[in-house]
Design a protein around this ligand. Sequence first.
Ligand code: NAP
Length: 539
Amino acid sequence: MDDAVTDTEVVVVGTGVSGLAALHHLKARGVDVVALERNPDVGGTWYHNRYPGCRFDSESYTYGYSFSQEVLREWHWKERYSPQPENLRYLRFVTEKLALRDVIRFNTTVTGAHWEESTRTWVVHIEGGRSIRSRFLMTCLGMLSTPTMPRVDGIDTFEGPSFHTFDWPKDGIDLRGKRVGVVGTGATGVQAIAAIAPEVASLTVFQRRPNWHTPLGNSEITVEEMAEIRSRYDEIFALCAVSPGGYVHQPDRRGFHSLTAEQRRRFWEELYAQPGFAVWLANFREIFVDREANAEFSAFVAEKVRERVHDPELAEKLIPKDHGFGVQRVPLETNYYEVYNRDNVRLVDLQQTPMVGVTLTGIKTTEEDFELDVIVYATGFDAITGPYEQLDIRGVGGRLLKDKWVDGPETYLGLLVRHFPNLLMVAGPQSSSSSVNFPRSIEAQVDWCMGLLDHLRRNGLTRLEPTAEAEREWVAYVAHLYEKLLMREARSWFTGYNSNIPGREHGQVRHVMFNGGQPKYREILDAVASSDYRELVLS
Ligand code: NAP
């Protein structure tokens, strides 16, 4: 790219799954676009998360982009739940196939963006002092791209390698024969723990609150199977489009209470044996809203844990007692529980013996000093709003986005923000991205943004902003959707909880995601577009 070019129609920030989709559509329209990427390559989350065991929990063939027949025709998903190296290879393949690389500036970290009313442009600031001026700012920052570390004493004093899973060493790290500690047992932790347990000398898992984990059920996709999948792509994407979660799984509509306990149990045995999120998303809808249904199913899954972990006392420590199944995002696992039957693995229950700090040589709890060679922090993210709040984004009158969102995000459709004109967020707060199979959600958002940009171009308009009323109503609607769900009580990034960020410990719920399901979300986006964007002030 020519660095002297400073004016463009659209700046896209980030070239992960959503940034690449946005770039493709913008380029296809002949829009003048520049993408800024902090990494030396595309991929976003799949560029960063290189920890062993990292893979999809979406069926691979539902995760790929649906908009390029060429990519659909040529790409072979080799596993039902594809692993990180393959996913990164896929995104590189798409980048080359769709010729996106020439408009991406790599190793370019955006520090902020300031709206300039007089010129109706964003001035996007880049680390090192440069800036680029653009009519529209399209942020494709990812929802889980700001990792958070524990707030404990001594975290920087450990003498061996220690890192967050998001920052797993790019060239890998040889863990064979090492004493490894893993902090955190969310979706990331359980994938990493199960993958590294067989190769390390000893593995100490520091668990604060257990999660409900169910089997992933990964398998190979043969050439013949892939040919069959290719022939059904239209059908597969159509199925995802009518599913609340954007997956192939459809909720069971018979109703929890219409079946006997024995019938429910038989159904759950079938679900538990199925791969992927069937156990969560093809279950009775009551699981999400009805305490009795949720408790009964949680008891069923608890039995599975007891069957899989030989030591009964240990099994109890691995069974959540503070929340029911599926109110937090369900981490899918491969032999996770069996790991605890190994002699080289030990679980440290941080509820019984809290972590006191990190030392030069390991981790100290109230009970014991653990000597470690490597510490892995699988401790999660400043999710959804974090990537935005890290940036110095200033809208009309210099107002800081972070200040506007101090009590929780306020957006319209999760895509636009009042007083931040011409800002288009993909996978932003209060969109459906976090509750839906990610690519299925972001494709709808990118399509909507393209429709809006087309509308502006057609009508010679250069400024867009949601009305105060539209934003107020959206924020209230998103909050209302939480009220129906048991999930509103969860200590999870779904409710804005993060114990490592002051003020975000359990307590106040932040309404960070749209929980109405993807069909509803798409219906709303379509309705706004067909009303010629009545809820926006366009000029
Ligand atoms: P997470 O779900 O937020 O889990 C973080 C874990 O770290 C929790 O067990 C948490 O315990 C623990 N933790 C945090 N701070 C701690 C501290 N100071 N001391 C001790 N323990 C601490 O994060 P994640 O596992 O990275 O997953 C985030 C999301 O990424 C998932 O929900 C999923 O959407 C996505 N993901 C998807 C896949 C996939 O299969 N495709 C894989 C990985 C991640 P508490 O619960 O007690 O706070």
